[in-house]
Design a protein around this ligand. Sequence first.
Ligand code: IPM
Ligand code: SF4
Length: 426
Amino acid sequence: MGKTFAEKVLAEAAGVPVTTAGEVVNVYPKLIMSHVASWRCIRTIEKMGVDKLYDVDRIAMVMDHISPAQSAKIAADHKLCREFAKEKKVEKFYDVNAGIAHVVLMEDGHVRPGMVIIGTDSHSTIYGALGAAGTGVGFSEVTATWVTGYLWMKVPESIKVNIEGPLAPGTSAKDLMLKLLGDLTADGATYYSVEFHGSYVNGLSISERMTLCNLAMELGAKFAYVRPDEVVRDYLRERGVYPEDYNEIHPDPDAEYVKTIEVDGSKLVPQVAAPHTVDNVKPIDEVKGIKVDQVFIGSCANAKYEDLAIAANVLKGKKVAPGVRLIVTPASKNIMNRIVEDGIFQTLLESGALFTNPGCGGCAGDGASMADGEVTLSTANRNFQGRMGSYHSEIYLASPEVAAATAIRGEITDPRELTVGEEVAG
Ligand SMILES: CC(C)[C@H](C(=O)O)[C@@H](O)C(=O)O
Ligand code: SF4
């Protein structure tokens, strides 16, 4: 019987010839990411009286949640991390101006096919977009790995998702993942490695692969994976990383999956996750017309360059509805630079958007907060009660296209209707 991606990647990371789902292996992760929670790791090793880190080159620290600091406590956490990184010579240290860790580390070529990557953030599954095995762990696991170099892991079983494309007009990877969440529930893939296959993912943009793999976390996935191809190789080449710098891992054609899910992309319609769980998903027809106070285009799920370009395309020459706050938080400084250079920034600004600095921003409850009774339509990946301010507010999740259309009308809007209507009215 052949081997899945998870079985192969963990065998390599553990330095053993083969592994089988269910086995426990001692893994040497190639990249250890921590965000602002790094301060906890630092305090822990201080308490343990440990001074020496196993391999500083594998450590990446990114100050993305709640940045710049909005309180003395957070400022002190950032300061501690900054000083620690300097003292220990952590070269992959990104300060408050860089953006969201996941996006920044991919943009800078630190994420490569075949790597096992752990991070103090659940959405580390996103690294599967480049064929890496990323997974979120606690800060204590990261601390232990800083010091010992290794972390044990149970080899997960795998689920195969076969997506036949192209997707129906007006839909994207976000709609696809929301639909899967609705069908499988938020625990539908708990501790499974989710492999995306099928004609839709062949040649798919990195941006859309990131959305697939990011949202796989909301299904409970341990890893997510899209097979690396020329799109991945080109993305890395642009970053000075060449095929000889990494080892692509592909599952065997006869690998064993606990389940195979078939998705027909041509039948997809825009999807929305209604409050307060990610799997409370409805086709847009069931929620359209619901009034919103705010639209948030941000997060590691959907604030990439392509996402902002899609939103700008919908909003070009149009205005945000009176009384609605459209808050745009680009995922990284690089993305901010690109949109400033090519006019997307200006287009969104003219439509009435308010920009905040790159980072997690409102997605991590920092800014973009709501008062009692308010409603936000967000491009993020979580709509838990109270995540964006008041416990008595509501978050709907959708794609950037739905978000932009919703900002124009001030109510949840099917972008396919808006385009047709506007053109006719034209
Ligand atoms: C703060 C962090 C631990 C958390 C996560 O792990 O995902 C956050 O990024 C989130 O999206 O809720
Ligand atoms: S952008 Fe949101 S989902 Fe992504 S890491 Fe930050 S807080 Fe978590």
